[in-house]
Write a protein that binds this ligand. Sequence first.
Ligand code: GTP
Ligand code: MG
Length: 268
Amino acid sequence: MLKKRINLCFIGNPNVGKSTLINRLLGANELQTSEYPGTTKNTIQRNLIWKEKEFSLLDTAGVYKKKDLNFNLLIKATRFSEIIILILDSSIDKLDKVHKKLASHTLKSGKGLIIIFNKWDLIKSKRNKKKELEKFVRNELPQFDEKKLLFISALRDEKFTKIFEFSIEIKKLFEKQMTTSDLNKWLRDIIKDNPPIKIKGKEIKFKYIVQTDINPPTFKIFSNHPNKIKTSYKRFLEKKLKSNYKIDNIPIFLKFLASDNPYQEKKK
Ligand SMILES: Nc1nc2c(ncn2[C@@H]2O[C@H](COP(=O)(O)OP(=O)(O)OP(=O)(O)O)[C@@H](O)[C@H]2O)c(=O)[nH]1
Ligand SMILES: [Mg+2]
């Protein structure tokens, strides 16, 4: 049975092979490609079915810089896709500002990210280059999980179907739903092992946690002094939640709210 469509948007510099890759995924040369940058001028959408799952593939015009006219169009184009495929040329020797901007914008806006180093066939010393590129990503995009990094040749190899596999995995994470009782046990354990420090003599007491949304998973954490919780402690909870529940490579949102004392409520 067909499940809900997974929307992918392909972005990156001009000439990195976005349209070539989409043609490979489609199994047909539907999109125009050329050796000259600037071939794709407008976003183009195609649908396909892979292993009974429906995908929408959005091709975009490449951008070099944030100042490019295309940049804002690109950000607009990404709006309706839950997964962004950032394509980079494997020959690069650093991550540019625009790459970092696109990646961090993707993650901040609650989307999943897959990074692809394309034209891998042109790299001579593959072992060294792979290490080098992995290091760039690790240093420059620490929020990105390297498990969703691919080194491929859109022209030559067959590994590109990994994009579908990764996308299905990411989609599942977006829709992950945790039970309240599980989450509260998790919260109690975390606090027992790593309690928040007192702020100006005030003890922060966490009351409970509940998942309020999916796409991406969103949680509310209730406590007596939500405004006094340090940012570092909020980040710590977010990181723990992601690692304990294996939510890699998509953002989650934690909202810290005030809770009335439930016992006081009962006395009224
Ligand atoms: N060697 C090699 N060449 C590739 C690969 N992928 C794409 N190319 C070539 O790179 C050139 C640019 O490919 P396009 O698919 O048009 O690139 P694009 O990212 O869509 O470019 P714009 O539309 O200008 O943004 C073409 O000549 C492709 O044949 C690859 O994996 N290996
Ligand atoms: Mg193109």
